[in-house]
Design a protein around this ligand. Sequence first.
Ligand code: AMP
Ligand code: MG
Length: 355
Amino acid sequence: VAKLKESVVLKVTPTAPLRRTIQEAATVLRRGGLVAFPTETVYGLGAAALEPAAVRKIFEVKQRPEWDPLIVHVGSVAMAGTLARNLPASFEALTARFWPGPLTLVVERSERVPDEVTAGRPTVALRMPRHKVPMMLLEELKAPIAAPSANRFGSPSPTRAGHVLKDLDGGVDLVLDGGPTLLGVESTVVDLTQSPPRILRPGGVSREDLESVSGPMPVGPSVEDERVQRAMKSPGLTAKHYSPQATVELFGGELHEILEQMVARAAALQARGTPVGAIASREMMYSLQAHTDYVSCFGKWGEWLRYAQRLFAALRIMDANEVVVILCPLPPAEGIGLAVRDRLLRAAGKETPHT
Ligand code: AMP
Ligand code: MG
């Protein structure tokens, strides 16, 4: 099948992007086009947030259901203020401490924000990224950028430019390739319209750090949100998200228990001729290699940031190697481990437990 169009790819140095590359990207956005760019979390698929036609292209290209709202990236707290209303005191405290950074805040929206961005909701999700590329792009554009993750809806988020091209080549006008992203999991989404604020999605800023600024924060959608969502009967309500083609199986507990169970499961699958892959810590490599077709090592047990950095790339590479079952250890629900657990549970098609 002939491809109609190819995306333009430009390399950028994450710490020192060239001004003219950023200007070129800003021009694409001003004309209503789509630009994929690295952030400190994952790659984003950006459009001018105040242009409904441009925002609609994001949904088309990602095949994202129209009820799923987008995160709006801003260049400053002042820009955020133009998109929001009735900001609570916690907004100031949280932005002072965590912006720029991997924290998205859901607040009441102003009339400037198009319905396309918020999926018709009275709220908008705002984030000020910490990566030089989006920071310079926002400075150049002088306007907010709507940008969800630059993957096809439901597939593992992109942590490299190659992942973006695999999912969206031709659909996006320009891809800025800044190499692998630093955190590897998405931003933490906190809903400030509820009291106390609620963590809707664990991510790059830990629950512990948020609670040290703003007090206790429950995790997961509220019972009311869940009721409304279910009433919408949309396909995304299935917990499955961030999923590879392969089946994901999870193993929790202490390192030695996890290892014992994963080796036993891998051996059983191999005995049946099922191609099996695993994500492993360095301590697990030796025993697992003997019983698996593909192992992706993230680092030492306890290095959860490295697990986060590698997770989505590992799921994608095992799909590329035609692994049928992927065995993954679950980190404890602390620090960035909470976000890794959440993505693993969703990749396996399970709900994140409420706390
Ligand atoms: P993505 O950037 O693709 O990881 O997706 C953005 C996510 O942010 C959505 O799937 C929602 O979970 C969340 N989000 C965005 N806007 C809102 C909002 N107004 N209210 C609640 N959650 C939101
Ligand atoms: Mg996403």
